[in-house]
Design a binder for this molecule. Structure first.
Ligand code: ZN
Ligand code: ZN
Length: 688
């Protein structure tokens, strides 16, 4: 992740790169399936105590609950190790129990090994791919990739495999670590007929290779560990689905089958997760997007390039108008910048060098072979050009540029998550250029804006403050002074606004510290959305300056911030958050006028005209359908209000109001309804 495009610009929340699954998959492969300097690996005299023995001597109860241990050695950051790890002189351990932050990953990764053991037991000759843990992935908590020569797994096989896994749990079999020289390990996996594992060892292993077995099963895997000590530690798991996969995600490599599953420390947690998954499927934005005619993708246009239909575009427009108001209030200026640029811009910014793969290919100019253009992957360098278009004095600062800027990033594959992962998307982007002494106030402004916007949609949120490593600054660019000032500004602004946050050391972008916001949706899922990032790098690369009160040139501080991230991904999240039932202020149709027979069509049209004239989105349903059918259709379209017109209403000039949630509300005059709806829109109320 650290090398991917958003880190350079900041706008991590564009969302097209932060799907939890991919991240943990990548991360896990690096940290667990591969790598060389594993503290687990140096063989120790068997007289040395094991981690479990040491933990028992410290506290029997926490030792009993431990699934692994946290090893501290000569001052470096702690690493997780097996409970069977034998300690060196001067090393210290702490228990990793189910409450520990690193526990779930170890537990789920161990469950994936259990899955592989059960599969090998039932289907001898199956070849093993990789089996990492997943955290925060809707598809599951782990997977394992398999390859079979003759046949394929079907969903009917899953209960059988689950049953075998349960048998292995009952037998409480040990996860055993074996170390051997690289050549020996390669020979072993050749004998086992595991060519893919040989490839991993060849490419990734150090001199000594660590493998794990599960006692009493044919399972052996090249893996760094750590794992749970034995199968009985697994208390609650479920296999979920089977999908196609390619070895190492490379489409030219062998086709494999991926079995997804999940595991939790308790059955209650597993049940709650399954229930949430079911609810998430009911709310799936791809399903609702089609049902409510909100957006689509066209094969002729290409994958990952969304089409906003009238209903979807209307919702987006309402959101844009809301943001416009808030941005004006906060003193932002709007700017507009082109979709393409000469590639040179991204040479200066460093994007072409570091992130070439993520950019769409260059376009040549037929008349000038020297010229090459690119679709823009981010807006920042464009806003920098606006700042740099004239000399700036400290009196001009801060400059706050906002743009709903459409960017294009070339996702090579896997663009199949509807709006959550697209190739063209519009960021609610902004860049602030300010003096060091203005920074904290600008951060306040960002925090207030984010709070207002997220709460308007009914999102609660959590903040994370990402800082440099406290001592090792080798991978961070920019002056010490700049870092100290920015980190203090972010932390103090959060403190003074009373926003609780988690401090994440060594998680900053290389160009500066940042605050990320994760929202909690209606079914308690977390989504990373907003971000505020200080950038000490781009102003330097583009040699930006302003003339200070001392009449000398100074470098401004640049802040990148996005609230929604991208409209596309935010819309996907919002559809699921509201389950398609948008609040009146942004619902594409706010009220539907339903005459009970053709006799009242004229009256219905008059009401439609009257309410439209007041600025409401109202549609009269004049079809010759029964009123029951019209109400049902309006309910399916999740229209907030239905205004039923019968004999009595036509005579009195009233409408019988029906709420999509509360049902019949009784008759009121058109004026009264208009005032009520106006109030809901004005206050952007979440409920009717
Ligand atoms: Zn493993
Ligand atoms: Zn930016």
């Amino acid at each position: 992740m650290s090398d991917r495009l958003p880190r350079l610009c900041g706008h991590l929340t564009c969302g097209d790169f932060d799907l939890g699954g991919l991240l943990s998959r990548d991360g896990t492969m690096e940290s667990r399936e591969t790598g060389e300097n594993n503290p687990n690996s140096s063989a120790q005299p068997s007289s040395n105590p094991t981690a479990l023995e040491v933990l028992k001597s410290l506290d029997r109860e926490s030792a009993r609950r431990a699934i692994a241990a946290r090893l501290f050695m000569n001052g470096s950051a702690p690493v997780p190790v097996d409970l069977s790890y034998r300690l060196h002189e001067g090393e210290r351990v702490e228990p990793i129990t189910p409450d520990s932050p690193e526990a779930l990953e170890i537990y789920r990764h161990s469950t994936s090994h259990l899955l592989a053991a059960a599969v090998l037991d039932l289907y001898p000759g199956t070849k093993l791919g990789i089996g990492p843990a997943l955290l925060d992935d809707p598809k599951g908590g782990f997977f394992y990739d398999f390859q079979r020569d003759e046949s394929r797994f079907t969903p009917e096989d899953l209960p059988k495999i689950e049953k075998r896994m349960r048998d292995l749990i009952k037998r409480n079999l040990e996860y055993r670590r074996i170390e051997m020289p690289k050549a020996e390990a390669e020979k072993k996996f050749v004998e086992l007929g595991e060519p893919l594992k040989c490839e991993l060892i060849e490419n990734k292993a150090g001199e000594t290779v660590s493998c794990y077995t599960i006692e009493g099963t044919p399972f052996i895997d090249f893996c760094l560990g750590p794992h749970i000590p034995s199968t009985a530690k697994i208390k609650a798991f479920k296999l979920l689905s089977i999908s196609g996969a390619h070895w190492l995600g490379d489409e030219s490599r062998p086709q494999m089958q991926r079995i997804y599953g999940t595991s939790f420390f308790t059955q209650e947690e597993l049940d709650a997760w399954l229930k949430q998954k079911e609810e998430a499927e009911r709310r799936d934005h791809r399903k609702l997007g089609a049902e409510l005619d909100l957006f689509s993708f066209s094969e002729q246009i290409g994958s990952g390039l969304a089409l906003w239909h009238p209903n979807g575009a209307q919702i987006r427009k309402s959101i844009e108008l809301f943001l416009d108001e808030e941005l004006f209030r906060q003193g932002y200026s709007f700017v507009n910048t082109p979709h393409i640029t000469q590639s040179d811009l991204f040479v200066t910014s460093g994007h072409l060098k570091h992130f070439r793969e993520m950019l769409y290919p260059g376009m040549k100019d037929d008349h000038d072979a020297e010229l090459e253009f690119r679709l823009k992957p981010m807006n920042c360098p464009f806003h920098i050009q606006i700042f740099d278009s004239r000399p700036r004095s400290y009196r001009d600062l801060p400059q706050r540029y906002a743009e709903y800027g459409t960017v294009y990033r070339y996702e090579r594959s896997g663009v199949a998550h509807g709006l959550m992962r697209v190739r063209g998307f519009t960021q609610d982007d902004a860049h602030i250029f300010c003096t060091p002494s203005q920074l904290k106030d600008e951060i306040f402004g960002c925090l207030d804006l984010i709070d207002t916007v997220l709460r308007t949609f009914g999102f609660d949120y959590k903040a994370e403050l990402s800082l440099r490593h406290p001592t090792d600054h080798s991978k961070y660019l920019g002056s010490d002074e700049g870092w100290k000032l920015s980190e203090a500004a972010l932390a103090e602004a959060l403190d003074e606004r009373g926003i609780p946050y988690v401090r994440m050391e060594d998680e900053a972008a290389f160009y500066g510290p940042k605050i990320d916001f994760k929202v909690v949706d209606a079914i308690k899922r977390l989504w990373q959305l907003s971000t505020v990032q200080v950038d000490l790098n781009l102003p330097q690369l583009f040699e930006l300056e302003y003339i200070g009160a001392d009449n000398k040139p100074h470098q401004p501080i640049m802040v990148h911030r996005a609230i929604l991230g991208s409209f596309e991904r935010f819309f996907g999240i919002l559809i699921e958050h509201f389950a398609g039932a948008f609040p009146p202020w942004c619902a594409p149709v706010q009220a539907s006028v339903l005459p009970i027979s053709d006799r009242f069509n004229e009256r219905a049209e008059a009401i439609e005209r009257e309410l439209r004239a007041s600025g409401f989105r109202v549609v009269a349903d004049l079809r010759s359908e029964k009123i029951g059918a019209k109400i049902r259709d309006a309910q399916l379209k999740k229209i907030p209000f239905m205004l039923v017109i019968g004999e009595r209403e036509a005579e009195s000039g009233n409408v019988a109001v029906r709420d999509r949630v509360k049902g019949d509300l009784g008759a009121v005059s058109v004026g009264e309804f208009s005032a009520r709806l106006g109030e809901l829109v004005r206050t952007r109320a979440l409920t009717t």
